[in-house]
Design a protein around this ligand. Structure first.
Ligand SMILES: C[S@@+](CC[C@H](N)C(=O)[O-])C[C@H]1O[C@@H](n2cnc3c(N)ncnc32)[C@H](O)[C@@H]1O
Length: 284
């Protein structure tokens, strides 16, 4: 998929599609290049753009309220998540956070208990081109944790690879195909909840119940990032994390955009200021 952009208009289309708007009919070539200018039959020009993280929230089909780029930036900055990390995420919702993490190069196992939202999230992962590294599973994350195979190495599928984070391709797994195909074939996602994670990301009301289990789920030194919409829920997160022996810092995620125009420069009077609280817990 690509974006066709002109001023404040953006259209998501497949290469080879036809875009029909009041600005004319545009036949999209099979291999449009980012930055290329394409004109409608009326001569109106659109620029081709590749879909990137900040475009996800606008163009993903929405289910749960997605995290905003500023909050996702804090998660990435405070946890240092990177390529090859194993991440457990819940709940998937629209999947904006999961898609960003996938674009960072992480292997993401994400749980969504709502069946319809799960289907939508899988489509969104395909749109973000992370369908092979973000495994969207339908189910309650707490139940999945309860039912997981116990102990490091007790994987759901025998990967035949002693090091789950090894760069070496696993025999027979291939490096392509959907998350489901890779899991079936014994790829990195196949170990599921049976191996510890480098990061937990929680955006659910029942996050404290998962935090209690964090020491069993994380490798030493790894993080758990929790998004809380209210002070009360943030406090419960902090108390639960401390009770579980995790170090925790909580931030209010306020960001003010500047309006810059001919009259002057000042913080914008429009838009969302406060979104929530972010707790960064570390398993020492
Ligand atoms: C606020 S949304 C998550 C948004 C997501 N972080 C994003 O960036 O798009 C919360 C989602 O969590 C799901 N959920 C809530 N509790 C859950 C649980 N225990 N297990 C799995 N999913 C859960 C809800 O159905 C909802 O879709």
């Amino acid at each position: 998929m690509i974006l066709l952009v002109r001023e404040d208009r953006e259209y998501l289309r497949e290469p080879g599609d036809t875009l029909e708007t009041d600005l004319g009919v545009l036949e999209i070539p099979e291999d449009p290049a980012p930055g290329e200018t394409l004109a409608t039959h009326l001569g109106t020009e659109f620029t081709v753009r590749e879909l990137r993280g900040p475009d996800f929230a606008r163009h993903f089909q929405r289910s749960g309220a997605p995290m905003l780029p500023r909050d996702i930036g804090l998660v990435i900055g405070h946890t240092g998540v990177g390529a090859g990390d194993r991440v457990l995420d819940a709940g998937t919702g629209t999947g904006v956070l999961a898609a960003y993490l996938g674009r960072c190069g992480a292997e993401v196992l994400t749980y969504e208990r709502d069946a319809e939202a799960t289907v939508v999230a899988r489509e969104n992962m395909a749109l973000a081109e992370v369908g092979d590294t973000v495994d969207v599973r339908e189910g309650d994350v707490l139940e999945a944790i309860e039912e997981r195979p116990m102990g490091t190495g007790g994987v759901e599928t025998d990967t035949g690879n002693p090091d789950p984070r090894s760069d070496e391709p696993i025999a027979g797994s291939g490096d392509t195909g959907s998350a489901e195909e890779r899991a079936t074939a014994g790829g990195p996602l196949a170990s599921g909840l049976g191996e510890p994670f480098d990061l937990l990301t929680l955006d659910t009301a029942d996050a404290p119940a998962v935090i209690e289990r964090a020491p069993e789920l994380l490798v030493p030194g790894a993080f758990c990032a929790v998004y809380s919409p209210f002070v009360e829920s943030a406090r419960e997160v902090v108390e639960t994390a401390r009770g579980a022996g995790l170090a925790v810092d909580t931030y209010e995620t306020i960001q003010r955009e500047l309006d810059v125009d001919e009259r002057g420069t000042r913080p914008t009077t429009a838009g969302v200021g406060h979104t929530g609280f972010l707790s960064i817990c570390r398993f020492e």
